[in-house]
Design a protein around this ligand. Structure first.
Ligand code: MF3
Ligand code: CO
Length: 251
């Protein structure tokens, strides 16, 4: 899973550099698929329950599961969530980042930064003996203390031989509740943070989840292993600290 996670992290990093005004989300999807296959892995989302692409690309008020399109062209000031999964020798990895398109507003920057930091707070909780509710509560408290909302309809998940495994990992909940974390568990934790209200609805394409009130959203996800030495981020990308137990600390 570490090998697959490394691929997802590398490809997300490549995609983040391809995000620029004028690029279409279909082009980002093309790059994502080529780079995953080039590394000997397979796209995890393509044909999953009929999903038609490698990448989920969700722009502005789209929260998750945006389907890449030729006619969806990025503009300066947009924010885009890039969500990518791969399967390598039967094991899955899943991660997402939200990146700015050119210069973005200060409000958008703050939203993205809070979403990113909420995932970091979640990871800090992921020691053996802690509980799912400790992760959930850490995200919710961090986000709501800053005036933003967490989405309820979509949650993080266990991951391994399947993309989605038990347990569910909500981004809201009570500290000290839920399943206890133990060494060897691997979870995909994915806070979805909105500027105003948390409600989302799914568009007629059957996939794209957008905020009901039109407010913009940011989404970050990592695949994280629980080890004796603490959390280990398997999908860390270039320049990001994979955590205390990783032994692959990046420069
Ligand atoms: N990270 C997302 C999730 O865990 C991506 C799934 S897209 C799908 O739900 F197409 F595979 F469903
Ligand atoms: Co996921």
């Amino acid at each position: 899973m570490r090998e697959g996670g490394l691929i997802v992290g590398q490809v997300l990093h490549i995609l983040s550099r391809a995000v620029t005004p004028g690029v279409s989300t279909a082009e980002l999807d093309r790059i994502a698929e080529a780079e995953i296959r080039h590394r000997g892995a397979k796209p995890a989302f393509l044909n999953y329950r009929g999903y038609p692409a490698t990448l989920c690309s969700s722009v502005n008020s789209e929260v998750v599961h945006g389907i890449p399109r030729k006619d969806k062209v990025l503009r300066e000031g947009d924010i885009i969530s890039l969500d990518l999964g791969c399967v390598l020798r039967g094991y899955y990895a899943d991660a997402a980042i939200t990146v700015p398109v050119g210069n973005i507003s200060e409000r958008s920057r703050d939203l993205v930064e809070v979403a990113r930091a909420s995932l970091a707070r979640a990871v800090e909780q992921m020691w053996p003996g802690k509980r799912i509710g400790d992760i959930s509560n850490a995200v919710q408290k961090f986000v709501e203390d800053r005036g933003y909302s967490v989405v309820r309809e979509f949650v993080g998940h266990g991951i391994g031989r399947a993309l989605h495994e038990a347990p569910a990992v909500p981004n809201y909940g009570k500290a000290g509740s839920g399943m206890r974390l133990s060494v060897g568990m691997v979870l995909a934790v994915e806070p979805m943070v909105t500027m105003r209200k948390p409600e989302v609805r799914v568009l007629a394409d059957g996939w794209t989840a957008v905020t009901v009130d039109g407010s913009w959203a940011a989404h970050f996800e990592h695949t994280i292993a629980i080890t004796e030495g603490g959390p280990q981020i398997l999908t860390a990308y270039s320049g990001e600290d994979p955590g205390p137990a990783s032994g692959q600390r990046s420069s």
